[in-house]
Design a protein around this ligand. Structure first.
Ligand SMILES: Cc1cc2nc3c(=O)[nH]c(=O)nc-3n(C[C@H](O)[C@H](O)[C@H](O)COP(=O)(O)OP(=O)(O)OC[C@H]3O[C@@H](n4cnc5c(N)ncnc54)[C@H](O)[C@@H]3O)c2cc1C
Length: 221
């Protein structure tokens, strides 16, 4: 299948277009650092935007959940979705209230989901999700049994029509405001893991695995 040229009419960033990013590698870097998305869809004219986790492999985004979840039933039935991922990097404090901003990297994907029905593929997709969120965990946990697999729906959303938007750097004030007597700059924000807390029923001899002790969302590149 030939690849759609980005942006499409629907994914062209309008305001501050210089912050738009449309190349796949940059979009994948953002998607790989995050694991929470918001899935937007419309049912009977009412939009819903549901937060959930995801995993990415290649040009596929996988979302999973209870087979009974409305979000998954709707998407499975071919409803159009808008999936948004946001990484918040900082609060940007300008001299004027008007020019306050945030540093961020965000992705918007438009498309339609399809249900992953083949059991082997479903297991692979669940592994992708698990490894995306917590690399190293899948092989050390009990694998899903038939009942659990049946109770879980997995959806694939193709990463075909997308955009990213990135803001970095200091505040941008109006020239006459640079002499205004207040602090200006950036308060960096990031997801940081705390020290793992043992389950009260854990065998005290069991050590915390490295992937939990050193958990980080920072990705190379
Ligand atoms: C943490 C954060 C805080 C923000 N705060 C504000 C705010 O307070 N006020 C405000 O107006 N805007 C804010 N934005 C920017 C906002 O997401 C939109 O970019 C903005 O509303 C302008 O959209 P538009 O009219 O250009 O595009 P729209 O017409 O709304 O969208 C057209 C297309 O552009 C693409 N697009 C638009 N925005 C983004 C994005 N952020 N990431 C990826 N693709 C995008 C999509 O493909 C979309 O379909 C914030 C963004 C983030 C991530």
């Amino acid at each position: 299948m030939s690849e759609t040229q980005m942006p499409t009419a629907r994914t062209r960033v309008v305001r501050e277009a210089d912050r738009a990013v449309y190349d796949r590698e940059s979009v994948y870097r953002i998607l790989d650092e995050g694991f929470l998305c918001h899935v937007g869809f419309v049912v009977d004219g009412q939009p819903f935007v549901i937060p959930t986790s995801y995993g990415r492999k290649g040009d596929s985004l996988y979302i999973h959940g209870s087979a009974a979840s409305r979000m998954l039933r709707q998407i499975r039935d071919g409803v159009s979705v808008c999936v948004t991922v946001t990484l918040l990097d900082g609060l940007v404090l300008a001299r004027s209230i008007f020019n306050h901003s945030m540093n961020y990297r965000s992705v918007v994907i438009l498309g339609k989901g399809t249900l992953v029905e083949d059991t082997a593929e479903k297991l692979r997709a669940l592994r992708v999700l698990s490894e995306h969120i917590l690399p190293g965990r899948w092989d050390e946990a009990r694998q899903p049994n038939e009942r659990e697999l049946k109770a879980t729906s997995v959806l694939r959303v193709p990463i075909e029509e997308f955009s990213a938007k990135v803001r970095t750097g200091p505040p941008i004030d109006d020239e006459e405001d640079y002499s205004f007597p207040t602090w200006a700059g950036v308060v960096p924000l990031e997801i940081k893991a705390g020290s793992p807390i043992n389950d009260p029923r854990l065998d005290p001899a069991r050590e915390v695995p490295a992937y939990a002790k050193n958990y980080s969302r920072r990705r190379a590149g």
